[in-house]
Design a protein around this ligand. Structure first.
Ligand code: ADP
Ligand code: NI
Length: 224
């Protein structure tokens, strides 16, 4: 017998919390918890959205990210299917969640990443909001540290990645990631509500970058 929706969501949250609790690369349980909360808030403003699909998509969106699985883009959808099948989830729901995971990721500036469902649009917005603002700054440097990247290197200019392959191979300093992705997310949101939240987060990141570069160049100590 299929598990009741509330029970399935709770089991999935427990499963993912246990799996990601000690993850240090910026894909930790708290990231997933925030995406889940924000996706739910966006869904509340979107009566046509299916709440079960939205919540499962949010909870499972990073279950096996290609960045941590040798670039295997099907690892996530596969792991989600395996979990949902173990919970006797209806096939229609599994298919929709798989699609969200397959489509959600940013794949480089030159690559469009449209979502094929309304629920996917909400989860993608929630995930992208968590990549900008103060938390976005913290997560970018957590990721860069995890990958042993330098904070900044002015001799390595940002690149406009035109293909997913080029984006995947990127090993640039963390500051470049702002110019290659994070400063563009505001323009790539699906819902007006997420765009409203993004305004202030975006402005904060710009302020952070201006201050970072000022300190890097020693401009604020030049007149000591
Ligand atoms: P998305 O779900 O939008 O595809 P990712 O899974 O690519 O996001 O990224 C997860 C987190 O790691 C985000 O906060 C992102 O900014 C950060 N991150 C990803 N790639 C890099 C990178 N090359 N340098 C710094 N931070 C990165
Ligand atoms: Ni995520």
């Amino acid at each position: 017998m299929p598990t009741a929706p509330e029970e399935l969501i709770q089991h999935t949250a427990d499963f993912i919390r246990a799996k990601f609790l000690h993850e240090g690369s910026g894909h930790d349980w708290e990231h997933i918890r925030r995406v889940w909360q924000v996706a739910r808030a966006l869904a509340r403003q979107t009566p046509q959205a299916n709440l079960l699909v939205t919540e499962l998509g949010a909870l499972l969106h990073d279950v096996a990210d290609w960045k941590f699985h040798d670039g295997d883009e099907e690892a996530g959808p596969r792991a989600a299917r395996q979990w949902l099948e173990s919970q006797q989830t209806p096939e229609a729901v599994i298919g929709q969640v798989e699609a969200i995971i397959r489509e959600i990721s940013f794949k480089g500036l030159g690559v469009a990443t449209p979502m094929s469902s309304l629920e996917g649009e909400l989860v993608q917005d929630a995930d992208r909001l968590d990549a900008i603002g103060a938390i976005g700054v913290a997560r970018a440097f957590a990721y860069g540290g995890h990958k042993n990247r330098p904070l900044h290197d002015p001799s390595v200019p940002p690149v406009q990645h035109e293909s997913f392959a080029s984006y995947k191979q990127n090993t640039a300093p963390t500051i470049n990631h702002f110019y290659e992705k994070l400063l563009h997310l505001r323009e790539r949101l699906n819902t007006p509500a997420a765009r409203r939240v993004a305004e202030q987060r975006h402005a904060y990141m710009e302020q952070f970058l201006a201050q970072f570069l000022r300190e890097w160049e020693g401009q604020d100590v030049a007149e000591l």
